[in-house]
Design a protein around this ligand. Sequence first.
Ligand code: AMP
Length: 392
Amino acid sequence: MKKITDLDITNKKVLIRCDFNVPIKDGKIIDDTRIISALETINYCLEKQAKVILFSHLGRIKEEADLAKNSLEIVAKRLSELLNKKVIFIPETRGEKLEATIKNMQNGDVILVQNTRYEDLNGKKESSNDEELGKYWASLGDIFINDAFGTIHRAHASNVGIATHMKGKCAFGFLIEKELNALSVLANPDHPFIVILGGAKVADKIGVIENLVKKADKILIGGGMAFTFLKAQGIEVGKSLIDDENISFCKKVLNDYPTKIILPIDTAVTTEFSNNEELKIKEINNLDTNEMGLDIGPKTVLLFESYLKNAKTVIWNGPLGVYEFDKYKQSTNNILQYLVDNNIKAILGGGDIVASATNAHLKDKIYHASTGGGATLEYLEGKILPGIEAIK
Ligand code: AMP
C-alpha cells in the first residue's frame, strides 16, 4: 500500500481528496464526523510544511437548484475552526481564481475547492471521470493523496482521474490506510471466521454472501433477509419481508452449504410495520399469517452468541432487526454488546450497522467500524475498487 508517509511532501502542493459529504439541515452541519476524520491527514501535511489543496463532493448535483445548497463553503468554515487556521475557500472548481490562489500559496496554507460535483451539472464530468477534468485538477498539484474511503468504489475525476495523471506521485491518506488495514484481515482471516448478515433485502447482499460463504466458518443471518431464507426452507413467515425473486438463490446457498448458514429460531413479531403495536416473541415455525418478524428473538441471540464465543474474526453487515424502532433494536444491541464484552475482533461494515453501534454508544468500543457504506459493501463482495487500483 502506498502511504502518505512514503512521499516527500515538504514544500509541495498536495492535492487531497477528502470525504466532506456531511449531513446538512437548515443550513447547518448536523454531524461533522467526516471533517474531523480528515484532520489527521491534513495536519500531517501542515506539519510537513506542505501547501494543502482540498477536494470533496457534497450531495448530488442534478440541476441549478442543487448548487447553492451543496456549496462547500459551510465546510470551509467548520474546517477552519477545527484546524484553528484560515481555510481559503474557492467557490469554483476551475479557473483563474483557483489557479492564481494556488500559485501564490505559502507553505502551510489550506485551500478548499468548491464541491467537485458542481462539474456534474454540465455533462457529469466529475462522476463520469472526464479525462480533461482529471488532467486539469492533476495539473494543479505535485502530489495526490486520496483519503476519501466512501467514494473508493467509484471512478470519478477527483479520485481516479487525478491519480491517473499523477502516476508515482500518489498515496492513500491515514483514513483510507486505517480502513484498508482493518478490512485486509478478510484476505486471510483468523478462524473461526464468523459473518453476521442482516438488513432488509437478500438482493443487496448476494455478492457479499457469494464472496464470504466460501471463507467463513458460519454465516449468521438475521434481519428482514432471514425470512427469504426461511421461506426457501418451506417455513410460513406471515407478512414478514420477502424477496421473492431471490428465493431460488437462498435455496441454492442452503443446499450448497447446509451447515454454514445459521437462521433464526425465534423472532419478535407484530402485525404492523410500526413501533406501536404489541410485540410477541414467537418460535420461527409458529407465525400467524398476519404477523411479521421485525427482530430476531432471544433464543436466536443466544444461538448466535454460541457461534461468536470462540470467533477470532467477525464481519457484520446489516442490523438484525428494524433498529430504527426502539422495540426492535434489542438483538442488534445485545450482540454488539456481546462482541465488546468479549473483546471479539469484529468489523462492522456498512451504514446501518455502524449507525446502530453509534446509537448504542458502542461504535468506539468495536474493533473497527468501517465508514464506507457502498464502498465497504463492494469490498466485502470482493470487487476490485477503482479508487484503490488507481493509487496502486
Ligand atoms: P440494509 O441497508 O440492507 O443493511 O438494511 C437496513 C434496513 O434493514 C434497516 O432500515 C432495517 O430497518 C431493515 N430491517 C432489518 N430487519 C428487518 C426486518 N426484520 N424486517 C424489515 N426490515 C428490516
